[in-house]
Design a protein around this ligand. Structure first.
Ligand code: BES
Ligand code: MN
Ligand code: ZN
Length: 494
């Protein structure tokens, strides 16, 4: 990726607006420029801002939208961007406004006057997230983004408040980089190496190799990977920022570095997208990184099952029966329903080893969730209304789409097998739900659990307000928010 933008926060000095080169950004609301900076720019440009605010273009702009006034006379700058945003806005709206700024950044320097805006930190985070660009594999001109400065009233305070935002952005960027990376680069070994590198930040990281996984009895996971040249692995990441005796929250991710479907091979069209089939594991990695960077006062463990699903002479076949680490047997009807096999063993291992306070798994699990919810919402499945509602609230706060899906015995019944305890598929109808029911069979009685099917939200083909096309990093912000709200001591109790 390009070097992430690191915004600087400087004291408001409206005199600097006349001489600043590159881009100037002002934030306005209502009918007339009212902030000190907007008024000054209006005066310098002989009313260009006021005239713009009287135009139809401005009237039609929605909160967070922006418009460029090119080569504004009276300023040394080449461009003046006017962002429409009220003072009293939700966090997600301010982030979107930031995204508008981030999309337009280039190699020239940029001065953003948010002197009056209480949500400057969110504007800055939205900007940084949107300015991400995955260009590692492009040759030729790769100009970096120029210096970005925010003019604010209390620069030290804003900079301190933004520090957590910078940690979040780093987490999101790790997730995006992993998801965007092609599978010849991000092999299982490379993935584990990149996670091991997080030790530098104070995370404990263990890499479990095939021999250990076999000893633990993870035959479902090993079965998926047995057709690949790349060795299967489970990586365990621990962040111990909370009380020594507090049970951790566990995050579990599907890390299929490439999903051909195996012997039940997928059609050629679109198969290249299966480089993103490690998206769940990518989000787990991103959250763990963000927690370490912001030194979160919480205990969180992140476990990912890293495998590659390939057809081969040694690959598993449809009809194979495997015994899981839990002990239940599974008839593999379709080798393309591999994510649930990987997760089943990692979920069981996580509960046996950590007895967590709650467990949240993330997986690009089913195409059916894209049919149901599109790319706008992730599917949320849970056995615990309290944990689930807290998570949905966190998603709303962060502006990440999430929608709860039903579960129930009738769906579970579809997994009945003639020869084993269960099949790994439950038919086309309600395919995301039967997949969730399969996972639920590996969740212990009374363990609060959420399953997030992120097949639609992990990667999108169009630009979004806060991410360019490609990997989105969906989930990192909401999971971090959930951890802050529910798994960390309240500030006054600290
Ligand atoms: N990785 C896929 C799901 C997927 C599809 C992710 C599209 C992202 C975009 C998963 O392993 C899979 O192949 N699921 C099958 C399940 C079926 C065989 C029951 C599917 O969705 O078709
Ligand atoms: Mn598959
Ligand atoms: Zn898959």
């Amino acid at each position: 990726m390009t070097t992430p933008v690191k915004p600087e926060f400087i004291a408001t000095n409206v005199e600097a607006l006349a001489t600043a080169t590159g881009r100037i950004v002002i934030v306005v609301d209502g009918d007339l420029p009212s902030s000190l900076a907007a008024k000054r720019v209006d005066r310098l440009t002989r009313g260009a801002v006021t005239r713009f605010m009287e135009s139809d273009t401005y009237a039609k702009m929605k909160p967070g939208d922006g418009a460029d006034l090119a080569f504004p006379s009276g300023l040394a700058a080449d461009a003046l961007q006017v962002i429409k945003l009220g003072r009293r806005v939700e966090r997600a709206e301010a982030r979107k406004a930031g995204g508008t700024i981030g999309r337009s950044l280039g190699k020239s320097e940029c001065l953003i006057a948010t002197d009056w805006h209480p949500r400057t930190v969110d504007i800055a985070l939205g900007m940084v997230l949107r300015a991400y660009d995955f260009n590692d594999h492009k040759t030729g001109d790769k100009s970096e983004i120029g210096t970005v400065r925010y003019m604010v009233n209390a620069p030290d305070e804003v900079a301190a408040a933004y520090a957590d935002g910078a940690a979040m952005a780093e987490g999101v960027f790790l997730t995006r980089d992993l998801v965007n990376e092609p599978s010849n680069v991000l092999t299982t070994t490379e993935f584990a190496d990149r996670l091991a590198a997080l030790r530098e930040l104070g995370l404990e990281v263990e890499v479990l190799e095939e021999a250990q996984l076999a000893e633990l009895g993870m035959r479902l996971l090993l079965g998926v990977g047995q057709g690949s040249e790349s060795p299967s692995k489970v990586v365990v990441m621990q962040w111990k920022g909370g009380a020594a005796d507090a049970a951790p929250l566990a995050l579990v991710g599907k890390g299929v570095v490439f999903d051909t479907g195996g012997i039940s091979i997928k059609p050629a069209g679109g198969m290249e997208d299966m480089t993103m089939d490690m998206g769940g594991a990518g989000v787990v990695a991103g959250v763990m990184k963000a927690l370490a960077l912001r030194k979160a006062p919480a205990n969180v463990v992140g476990l990912v099952g890293i495998v590659e699903n390939m057809p081969d002479g040694r690959a598993q076949r449809p009809g194979d029966v495997l015994r899981s680490m839990k002990g239940d047997t599974v008839e593999v009807i379709n080798t393309d329903a591999e994510g649930r096999l990987v997760l089943a063993d990692v979920l069981w291992y996580t509960q046996e080893r950590f007895n967590p306070a709650g467990i949240i798994d993330l997986a690009t699990l089913t195409g059916a969730i894209i049919v149901a919810l599109g790319h706008e919402n992730a599917g949320v499945f849970s056995n615990d209304d309290t944990l689930c509602n807290a998570f949905l609230k966190a998603c709303a706060t962060e502006g990440e789409g999430a929608w709860r899906m039903p579960m129930g015995q009738a769906y579970d019944d579809k997994l009945k097998s003639r020869v084993a305890d269960m099949m790994n598929i439950g038919g086309r109808e309600g395919g995301s739900i039967t997949a969730a029911q399969f996972l639920k069979r590996f969740i212990k009685e009374g363990m609060p659990w959420i399953h997030l099917d992120i097949a639609g939200t992990a990667l999108v083909k169009n630009d979004l307000p806060m991410s360019p096309k490609g990997a989105t990093g969906w989930g990192v912000l909401s999971l971090d928010r959930l951890i802050r709200d529910k798994f960390e001591p309240k500030p006054e109790a600290k």
